[in-house]
Structures are given as structure tokens and as C-alpha cells.
Design a binder for this molecule. Structure first.
Ligand code: SAM
Length: 354
């Protein structure tokens, strides 16, 4: 992610909360942190999904620190239930709105270490990425204790955390470590896990945003004796930035991202608009252009928010994403509570070229 505070040190929890709640400019939902990969989708499929694919689909996923839902967008399709916890109320509020259409997804504010929202042995996959890299020793210790309580018998955690604690202070430029926590290392996380009856079964240290320091670590943690338990397999991936980020960016330049799944608000549409129904029937038959023109006339004759949303979907299907975005923005302005419009706009943004 972009550097969000002074490198001099991790802010206290209260400052951390206020930074994410009030100071950080979330206008791009955190998608800007994926620029080095060529976009969110490329970072997800190249870097994240390739590492967690063996753990999904999962019954219940708990995501720590989802922010504005950069990874939730993908994780929600890989589980029966997803719970997100974040210290920032604004992040929780945004996720609630962004994923309002997903009944199996919920979000809660937590205190920075507690997973009280989850019952004992109820979670199949704990996931956290690009957030706990700033968390110091005490936060990691608190969360690991909670992992020992909430992980299901064969549950597993995939967490991204700092490895800067493995370097002697003074042996690196403190202004160039991407604001990573300095008291956390792969070795510390393994020790903390062991102390609460858990095991690290793989730890990959990576050079994140540089080519010299293994500043970050991806740890996979499970219960001793679970089906995932084994000797810790460790790897030092010093080429992470030079190879993996660069490869994802190259792929993003060569190949288009998936078309977004924009949805008609058919359930909610006005029963009185017969031409609206006819337009949707035409669209279902594959004639999006005629459906679009019919619905455009309908909207001109009588303002109907559901017709406007569906017109945006048709504009997108006809390859006119600019009009789709403009229609959805206008609809949200007039009806800020329109869930389908928010979802469709988020899907469009997910797919927009850089
Ligand atoms: C850099 S953003 C990343 C969000 C998301 N993981 C992503 O990659 O887009 C960091 C998020 O972590 C949250 N956060 C920071 N420390 C936390 C903690 N100890 N527990 C829960 N949330 C935390 C912040 O409120 C913020 O939403």
C-alpha cells in the first residue's frame, strides 16, 4: 500500500483508528494500492488467489481489516459466510453499503485485537492482507490468541505481516520500509503461534516494494494436529517485486480483465412499466441494443430508478461503460440508498481500465 504515515513509527491505536477513519483519502477504495500489479484483479489472481486456492471454498471466512473491501469483493464468492472486522468505523460502514446485496456477508468494528464476533472453533479461513504489516508485536500476539480460540479443527489462517523485526535497527534506512512494524518478524509469529497451540506451516518472506529487504511475510497458521499441520516450510522470496509484481503488471497490459457482473434490479422494478419488462425480455433474448433504446424511451417518459439502473446495465452490455457510469452516478445522487446501483458502480469500477 501507499505510505500512509510517517516512517518514524507506528502510530498508537487511537491515532491509527483516526487516520483510517478521518485522514486517509479512500476515494479509490484502496484500489490504488494495486497499481504496481496493474490493478486489483491482477493482484488478486496472480498473488493472492494462487496462494490461498487450496483453502477455498471455505464454509466461514473471517477477514481481518478489510478496509473498503478490496479483497472481500473476491472472498465473498468463496464461502458460505464471511465476517469482516476492522478498527475503522468508516471502513465498516463502507463495506456494509458496498456489499449490501450479499446476505452472507457482515462487518463489525473491533478493538484492534479481538475477534469476539466469532464463536469458538467456528472459522475455516482467517484472511488478512495488506493491513497487519503495520501491526506491532502486541497486536499480533492478541490476534494469535484469538486464532487459537476461533479456528475450526481444520481451520487455517493466511496472514500478511511485517518481517522488519528480523533486521537489526540501524542496519536499514528507516525511511524506506513502507511503514512496516519493526517489532514483528516471521520467527516471532512462529513463536507466538506455538505458544498458543498453533503451528506455522508455511512462511514466505518477501521483498515488498524493494529488492533488498525481506520486509514482509505471508504466514499460514493452523492448529497443531489439523489436516494442514506439518513442518514449517519457509522460503525467502527476494524477487517478489522484481518478478511477481512485474509479471502481473505485464499480464495486465496484455490481457483484459474479466467483464464485471452488472445485475438488473429486476426484483425491485416498477410493476407498472410494461415497456421496462419488455426491454428485459429483449435483453434476455440477447438483443441488448433494442432493449436499451426501448428503456431509454421509458426513462424519458417517466423517471423510474429501477429503469435507470437497468438502462445502465444495458449501456454497459452495449460497450458504453461511460454512459453506464454516468447513469449510475446520477441514480446514486438521487437515490443514495439504491443498493443495486452501488453494486453495479463498484463492479464497473473494478473493471475499468487504469
Ligand atoms: C491499508 S488498509 C488495507 C485494507 C484492505 N486489507 C486492503 O488491502 O485493501 C488498512 C486497514 O486496516 C485496518 N486496521 C489497521 N489495524 C487494524 C487492526 N489491528 N485490527 C483491525 N483492523 C485494522 C484499518 O482501519 C484499515 O481499514
Amino acid at each position: 500500500m501507499a505510505q500512509a504515515a510517517d516512517d518514524a513509527g507506528m502510530p498508537a491505536l487511537a491515532d491509527n483508528i483516526s487516520m483510517w477513519n478521518e485522514s486517509y483519502d479512500w476515494s479509490q477504495q484502496g484500489d490504488e494500492w494495486s497499481d504496481a500489479w496493474g490493478g486489483v484483479a491482477y493482484q488478486w489472481w496472480v498473488t493472492l488467489f494462487s496462494r490461498i486456492q487450496g483453502f477455498v471454498p471455505a464454509g466461514r471466512i473471517l477477514e481481518i481489516a478489510p478496509g473498503y473491501g478490496r479483497w472481500t469483493h473476491f472472498l465473498r464468492d468463496l464461502c458460505d459466510e464471511l465476517v469482516g472486522v476492522d478498527i475503522a468505523e468508516t471502513a465498516v460502514a463502507h463495506c456494509r453499503k458496498r456489499f449490501a446485496g450479499d446476505e452472507h456477508v457482515s462487518f463489525h468494528v473491533n478493538n484492534g485485537t479481538s475477534l469476539a464476533i466469532a464463536t469458538d472453533r467456528s472459522i475455516d479461513l482467517i484472511f488478512s492482507f495488506d493491513s497487519l504489516v503495520h501491526a506491532e508485536h502486541d497486536i499480533l500476539a492478541g490476534y494469535l490468541e484469538e486464532f487459537a480460540r476461533v479456528l475450526a479443527d481444520d481451520g487455517v489462517a493466511f496472514i500478511h505481516h511485517s518481517n522488519m523485526g528480523s533486521y537489526e535497527p540501524g542496519s536499514y534506512d528507516p525511511h524506506n520500509i513502507h511503514w512496516r512494524a519493526t517489532t514483528v518478524s516471521a520467527e516471532l509469529v512462529e513463536r507466538l503461534a506455538r505458544s498458543v497451540g498453533l503451528r506455522c506451516v508455511s512462511q514466505e518472506t518477501v521483498a515488498w516494494g524493494n529488492e533488498k529487504l525481506l520486509n514482509d511475510c505471508f504466514s499460514v497458521i493452523t492448529r497443531a494436529g489439523s489436516r494442514w499441520d506439518r513442518e514449517n516450510d519457509t522460503a525467502a522470496n527476494i524477487d517478489f517485486t522484481r518478478h511477481e509484481m512485474a509479471t502481473a503488471r505485464r499480464i495486465s497490459a496484455l490481457y483484459p480483465r474479466a467483464r464485471p457482473a452488472l445485475a438488473f434490479g429486476a426484483q425491485e422494478r416498477s410493476e407498472t412499466a410494461r415497456s421496462h419488462t419488455t426491454a428485459l425480455e429483449l435483453a434476455a433474448g440477447g438483443d441488448a441494443a433494442t432493449a436499451r433504446s426501448l428503456l431509454r424511451d421509458t426513462v424519458r417518459g417517466q423517471f423510474d430508478p429501477e429503469a435507470l439502473n437497468d438502462l445502465a446495465v444495458l449501456a454497459h452490455r452495449c460497450g458504453d461503460s461511460d454512459e453506464a457510469v454516468a447513469l449510475l452516478q446520477a441514480l446514486i445522487c438521487l437515490h443514495p440508498e439504491h443498493t443495486a446501483a452501488h453494486e453495479n458502480l463498484a463492479a464497473l469500477r473494478e473493471a475499468r481500465p487504469e
